[in-house]
Ligand binder design. Sequence first.
Ligand SMILES: Nc1nc2c(c(=O)[nH]1)N[C@H]1C(S)=C(S)[C@@H](COP(=O)(O)OP(=O)(O)OC[C@H]3O[C@@H](n4cnc5c(N)ncnc54)[C@H](O)[C@@H]3O)O[C@H]1N2
Ligand code: MOO
Length: 390
Amino acid sequence: MLSVAEALELVLGLVEPASTEVVPLRDSIGRTLAKDAIATRNQPPFSASAMDGYAVHNSEVRAGAQFIVIGEAAAGHGFSGTVGAGQAIRIFTGAPVPDGLDRILIQEDVTRQNDVITLSENHDTSHYIRHLGADFKVGDVLPAPCMIGPAEVSLAAAMNISPVTVYRRPTVAILATGDELVMPGEVPNEDQIVASNVFGLAAMCQSAGANPRLLPIARDTPASLSQAFAQAKGADITVTVGGASVGDHDLVGAVAEAHGLQRAFYKIAMRPGKPLMAGHFQNGALLGLPGNPVSALVCGKLFLEPMIRKMLGDPAPNVTTRLLPLTAALNANGPRAHYMRGHHKDQKVQAFDRQDSALLSVFAQANCLIKRPPFDPARAIGEIVEVIEI
Ligand SMILES: Nc1nc2c(c(=O)[nH]1)N[C@H]1C(S)=C(S)[C@@H](COP(=O)(O)OP(=O)(O)OC[C@H]3O[C@@H](n4cnc5c(N)ncnc54)[C@H](O)[C@@H]3O)O[C@H]1N2
Ligand code: MOO
């Protein structure tokens, strides 16, 4: 059976970065910048005061020095006159520092009587001037690709860049399959359950930056699956859930092949997630996930999210891991890589006792997966394991 790393490489080979589009800056959050954003201005565009106080000539500053206040500079309202020897300008944070002045005395350090200020003995020695272009200069670059979060959108705004070029959001069609499934809110028969993991997968797609499209539940018949695949046309990635295993009613692979699936692989050495399949499909990619709720979500985290990130232009789309010590021992692992549901706290991690891939209640309590390689030996308290945030 294929290893997780081999399967991931094949899955990522099924998708390419999506085309780009130009969007207003306000709509760029969570997208990946596809073209360098280049500053069209200096920030600050003038030397600016960093404090409320008085602007003076630095050469005149000494304890007890007196200055006559001859004008005012506020944010948005500069002072345009000239300032002579022994003179000061009342100034506020963000205001342009008048020409020739090179020191701000903070107001806490002076006493003022009418228009005369006197500097105190133990005054602050900082100059409190933010020089022109100290943050960025015309031509400075916010380099692509980069994920646009609160910091990047603020920087692009300060650079006066709008609109920006970003990668198009990929569309992901998500298809639950099975005669036992009903939608949340419907009344299930005694032998039915509520479709659940597709909602988690849709949420995962959305927070990764894709547009999820939840299709109606397909029944375990070739006709129903065919109809669903027809509805998935146009999606960049079609995700099926369930019907992937070896049972008589597991028809997804066969029907997808009839619709043109060129299977890249089927089954991997992973737990949960053994019956994973993937391939080129309908001008896009198909990812066939196992039906067990936790299997589907773990495979979504490990395979679907990286596919989406690659399409969004992320040059390093794989999940990242970090190393943490165990607070409870682990049994030896079997022949499949095991992604155990775990909980980390205070830089230490522990696996849940119950690891059945049907247990959404355990998954909901987990905040990480503990990655165990095939045949990983038993691990004692304090040993270091690899952890993936979920
Ligand atoms: N003889 C064997 N049986 C099974 C094997 C095997 O190797 N030999 N593998 C097991 C493993 S591992 C998994 S994982 C499952 C995967 O099976 P399928 O992908 O065919 O999934 P289903 O049989 O359709 O469903 C499994 C389970 O999950 C429930 N389900 C399905 N879809 C949803 C949904 N959208 N929301 C919530 N729950 C869902 C379904 O009712 C079943 O209980 O096969 C094992 N069997
Ligand atoms: O591989 Mo299954 O997903 O172990 O439950």
